[in-house]
Design a protein around this ligand. Structure first.
Ligand SMILES: NC(=O)c1ccc[n+]([C@@H]2O[C@H](COP(=O)([O-])OP(=O)(O)OC[C@H]3O[C@@H](n4cnc5c(N)ncnc54)[C@H](O)[C@@H]3O)[C@@H](O)[C@H]2O)c1
Ligand SMILES: O=C(O)C(=O)C[C@@H](O)[C@H](O)[C@H](O)COP(=O)(O)O
Ligand SMILES: [Zn+2]
Length: 362
């Protein structure tokens, strides 16, 4: 199978994304190209570590690195300052220097937290992403958003810190639990809805190949998602405008995650719920048709993702929504789909109107 290579063009922060099958063993060579130093910390978790850290460490050792393995507990509820502090302790005690490297091996939680550790340790050291969930392969490993959650809200603490390289081996998805895999499909669908109508149609036509984790289909879909994300990030690395499009479905999505304590609903599931709300809002505001909304809901349901908004009262939703990074002095910026394949960012001051349309507090 061919290896697809994409480049994210960001001047001196440019990097390659490699997508393919059976390529995780090239991590040593990828890292050798990325840094001059000899120390590398592989940050992973207690689930992914036993599966893939051994092979990754062997490849790094063969490439001449001294490898420190750091395992964090598994779960979104551990994407916290307490876990981050334990990672800092290990980096300090392990003697990592500014020319050392962090390798983030795992899903989005590991990638975001390890990336933030790399962004802040010694005021910033290089890192490489080796994403092992579908969600991380299509989204979180690319673009340099790193961070942790705060008890009062999702990803409230963080930094932009681009990786030196992203290595995506689709074979790692074979061990991913089904529910987590489906969560990743939510972010895949997101790209189609707001950026690429043809890709959305491709997804509609390939539901069974996607659910069967067909490797060719996966390489194609992941490569397209990464290309779309790279295109957005190249134009707006720090989310001054366009990049907010990648937050489609996340306004309600993050609220659902926060309100359910980061454990009951997966990030991708919350995004799926949020996308359907955004589609309903887009239709009510005249940006899309009832047919567009039906297609979005149908695809989300076809892959087995949830669509129902958990019932919390309107004040609870209002509190978390107003802590969203898209909240402004007056109002909240919502990303809405314009038809399918395009988008609009709309500032809405009257949240009660949104709540009425989206069925909040019913
Ligand atoms: N930085 C960004 O741009 C960005 C983008 C999207 C999402 N995110 C963040 O990513 C996180 C969600 O990421 P996620 O969905 O990958 O969740 P996750 O990191 O919690 O991984 C999901 C589960 O799969 C397990 N796992 C990972 N790889 C595996 C494999 N190959 N085989 C078996 N099990 C495996 C993990 O241990 C975990 O239990 C959220 O915190 C979200 O905010 C960040
Ligand atoms: O890369 C981005 O930009 C995104 O918004 C991607 C999202 O899928 C991701 O969940 C991101 O972490 C959300 O960012 P946030 O800034 O709203 O926390
Ligand atoms: Zn997301």
């Amino acid at each position: 199978m061919t290896i697809e290579t994409l480049r994210v063009e960001l001047g001196e922060r440019s990097y390659d994304i490699r997508v393919g099958s059976a390529i995780i063993g090239t991590i040593g060579a990828v890292c050798r190209d990325a840094v001059a130093g000899r120390r590398v910390a592989v940050v992973t978790n207690t689930t992914v570590g036993p599966l893939y850290a051994g092979g990754v460490a062997d490849s790094l050792t063969a490439a001449g690195f001294n490898v420190l393995r750091i395992e964090i507990p598994d779960g979104e509820e551990h994407k916290t300052s307490a876990t981050l502090n334990r990672v800092y302790d290990r980096l300090v005690n392990g003697g990592l220097t500014r020319d050392s490297l962090v390798v983030a091996l795992g899903g989005g939680v590991v990638g975001d937290l390890a990336g933030y550790a790399a962004a802040t340790y010694l005021r910033g050291i290089p890192f490489v992403q080796v994403p092992t969930t579908l969600l991380a392969q299509v989204d979180s490993s690319v673009g340099g958003k790193t961070g942790i959650n705060h008890p009062l809200g999702k990803n409230l603490i963080g930094a932009f810190h681009q990786p030196r390289a992203v290595l995506i081996d689709v074979d790692t998805l074979a061990t991913l639990p089904r529910r987590e895999y489906l969560g990743g499909l939510a972010e895949v669908i997101k790209y189609g809805v707001v950026l690429d109508g043809e890709f959305f149609a491709f997804l509609e036509q390939n539901v069974s190949a996607l659910l069967g984790r067909d490797r060719q289909t996966l390489v194609r879909a992941i490569t397209r998602c990464c290309a779309l994300k790279a295109w957005v990030v190249e134009q707006d690395e720090r989310e001054a405008g366009l990049r907010a499009v990648l937050n489609y479905g996340h306004t309600f999505g993050h609220a659902v995650e926060a309100l359910t304590g980061y454990t009951a609903v997966l990030h991708g599931e919350a995004v799926a719920i949020g996308m359907v709300r955004a589609a309903v809002l887009a239709e009510a505001r005249g940006y899309s048709s009832a047919g567009d909304t039906r297609r979005i809901r149908a695809l989300v349901e076809a892959v087995g993702l949830p669509t129902g908004l958990p019932s919390f009262d309107a004040d609870s939703y209002r509190d978390v929504l107003l802590r969203d990074k898209k909240a402004r002095d007056r109002g909240l910026d919502f990303v809405l789909n314009r038809g399918i394949g395009s988008h609009e960012i709309v500032r809405i001051e009257n949240l009660s109107e949104v709540f009425g349309i989206c069925g909040v507090g019913e």
